[in-house]
Design a protein around this ligand. Structure first.
Ligand SMILES: *Cc1c(COP(=O)(O)O)cnc(C)c1O
Length: 378
């Protein structure tokens, strides 16, 4: 075994987040949705990528409306992007959070009659409370005003006036499947409901909904995953998204293994021939799903080293992953970077039997996060 002195490197894995790619994705979605505007769904710390940096980047690219899940997320975003843009809170008002709504001018998304009444109680006597959005459940049966309550919103004297709504929205359950009949059904229900509402902006589409075409766009679309380099439908070739996120795991050690030896915890992989392996510094604590582990039964995935693929062998552990570099032609030395995700995000999500959304939101906090832009590397 030969191990030369590598160039200087740190053992800490690096998570690169390409802000230029996010801007490009924002622009492609904007072009597709025009004249509808693109709002950004930045819940869960902007899908794990950092709500402050991502919020500022998208604001800089022209985005003026944002959606988060909780008022606390909205407060952080407000601090990052200033007072001008709209920030809607999808979960709606909750008794312990009302002060955050007023303090950071967050617009609650009202999901039920109870939420509407709670909100109205809380704004009693408040000067210029934030405007609100109404979210109608058109068939997803998650959050949203159920059919049975719609009539109250339509008919109760003064209710809509008091809520001072500026957006009516709904959410698609099956936008990832363009041919699913629920899409049209929800579209029709949404139109019927919206027709009974005051003339305000309408919004139905997440990323997948943008790809469903014009009838789904209305005034505002609300993509998340498509901004962050993930495909949103079962027709990824039509989507034209640029990868955003890569995990760079430095090689810490290289070993020659004899046929018959086993690798890693629980000896899940047995060398069928003599082989050369690289131990790289990233594990499940850094966001690599353990379900990507390579066993005697099956090799599930690989990392990229330069332009070559190196299969993941043995169980992925908390801090480290073992790669088979027997057939890698490039001379691999310590400090060399093995790359996960990137253009393989969707594939690796599928291989891990999860979805790209979950991979992104599970990225560890331990990686050194480096926000890059095309051109200057920073
Ligand atoms: C998460 C979310 C979105 C964004 O969905 P993507 O599939 O990531 O584009 C839009 N609207 C609502 C209500 C959401 O919860």
């Amino acid at each position: 075994m030969r191990e030369t002195d590598a160039r200087s490197y740190s053992s800490r894995p690096v998570l690169t987040i390409n802000l230029s790619a996010i801007i490009e994705n924002y622009k492609s979605l904007s072009a597709l949705a025009a004249p509808a505007k693109v709002a950004a769904s930045l819940k869960a710390d902007a899908y794990g990528l950092g709500i402050v940096q991502i919020g500022r980047t998208l604001y800089g690219a022209g985005c003026r409306t944002f959606f988060v899940a909780h008022a606390g997320e909205g407060k952080i975003l407000r601090g990052a992007i200033g007072n001008q843009p709209n920030i809607y809170v999808l979960s709606g008002p909750s008794p312990q959070d009302t002060a955050l709504f007023f303090g950071s001018t967050l617009k609650p998304v009202i999901n039920s009659l109870t939420q509407a009444r709670d909100w109205l109680k809380s704004i009693d006597g408040v000067k210029r409370p934030p405007r609100t959005a109404l979210h109608f459940d058109t068939g997803m049966n998650r959050l949203g005003i159920p059919n049975s309550e719609t009539e109250v919103f339509v008919k109760e004297d003064g209710l809509l006036d008091a809520l001072n709504i500026d957006l009516v929205m709904s959410h698609l359950a099956c936008a990832s499947m363009p041919d699913h009949p629920l899409n049209k059904q929800q579209l029709n229900t949404f139109k019927r409901t919206a027709a009974q509402m005051p003339m305000v902006n309408l919004s139905l589409a997440n990323t997948g909904g943008v790809y469903l075409g014009k009838p789904y766009h209305f005034k505002l679309v609300r993509p998340g995953i498509g901004l962050f380099g993930g495909s949103a439908t079962n027709q990824p070739k039509k989507e034209n998204v640029r990868p955003v996120v890569e995990i760079h795991a430095p090689v810490l050690q290289i070993k020659n293994i004899k046929k018959g030896e086993t690798l890693g915890y629980d000896a899940l992989f047995t060398a069928k021939t003599d082989m050369k392996i690289a131990i790289v510094s990233a594990g499940y604590a850094d966001g690599l799903p353990i379900s990507l582990s390579g066993t005697d039964k099956a090799i599930i995935t690989h990392a990229r080293i330069g332009k070559e693929n190196a299969p993941v062998v043995g169980r992925i552990s908390m801090d480290y992953t073992i790669l088979d570099i027997t057939n890698v032609k490039k001379y691999v030395e310590r400090g060399e970077k093995a790359v996960f995700l990137g253009q393989n995000l969707d594939a690796q999500a599928a291989e891990a039997q999860t979805i790209n959304y979950e991979i992104l939101t599970h990225l560890g906090q331990r990686c050194k996060r480096v926000y890059i832009r095309d051109g200057n590397g920073k």
